[in-house]
Ligand binder design. Structure first.
Ligand code: PGA
Length: 244
């Protein structure tokens, strides 16, 4: 199981160092056996890496470009992330797709380049409310997943896919465990990726029922990952379920 915290545009270097120190204190033996990732903003990567050094908690960026360098204002390269100590990156998040013109193709290019450089990747897919209501969920997931599969035909263990229904992100409206399971099983049938994470309003109160689903192998947590206590609570639930 993998529990990843996507901090989005929250926490500068100072807050990041304080959060990571708390996390190390809180993530005791109860949370052993679960992979933990935090994904702070770019400027806070080094603070997180420094604070978490020597611990199994890995630090991911929230994006990565496929070129080594060049005229790509606002982007960041794989080697820059590696130099900052990051172990991987999230790609294709729906907020990138909705607000910043990310496409299936660019998300796939990012994923493939990052994996080539030895970084881990969490590649995000998921339908909008309008797409779900129009009965297009499977078609959308197929299109998004196939773009990744074309770029990375044999998914390595370092690639995780996150199913994040857009209507469940930051809305407090979680997919039911059955809806999540159905989408995860569909994705698994398309692409033999080892772990499929669920994301969208995951909280300590609903983590157990979601993580207990057969094809849910972890969670990508936004809002609830900003608080060390609630994030730890979700990690503990995952650890308990992986032991049972
Ligand atoms: P949320 O965000 O947990 O705040 O809904 C999840 C995500 O966007 O990764």
């Amino acid at each position: 199981m993998l529990i990843a915290g996507n901090w989005k545009m929250f926490k500068g270097p100072g807050e990041t160092a304080a959060f990571c120190a708390d996390l190390l204190q809180l993530l005791d033996d109860d949370a052993k056996g679960v992979d933990v990732v935090v994904a702070p903003p770019f400027v806070s990567l080094q603070a997180a890496v420094a604070e978490l050094e020597g611990s199994p908690i890995r630090v991911y960026a929230q994006n990565v470009h496929w070129e080594e360098e060049g005229a790509f204002t606002g982007e960041i390269s794989r080697s820059m992330l590696i130099a900052a100590g990051a172990a991987g990156a999230i790609v294709g998040h729906s907020e990138r797709r909705q607000h910043f013109g990310e496409t299936d193709e660019t998300a796939a290019r990012r994923a493939s380049a990052a994996l080539e450089a030895g970084l881990g990747v969490i590649a995000c897919v998921g339908e909008t409310l309008a797409e779900r209501e129009a009965g297009e969920t499977e078609a959308v997931l197929r299109r998004q997943v196939e773009a990744i599969a074309v770029a990375v035909p044999e998914p390595p263990g370092e690639l995780d896919v996150a199913y994040e229904p857009v209507w469940a992100i930051g809305t407090g409206r979680t997919a039911t465990p059955e809806t999540a399971q159905e989408a995860h099983a569909f994705i698994r049938g398309l692409y033999p990726v080892e772990r499929i994470l669920y994301g969208g309003s995951v909280k300590p109160e609903n983590a157990e029922e979601l993580l207990a689903q057969a094809d849910v192998d972890g969670a990508l947590v936004g809002g609830a990952s900003l608080d060390a206590l609630s994030f730890t609570e979700i990690c503990r639930t995952a650890a308990r379920l992986s032991r049972s």
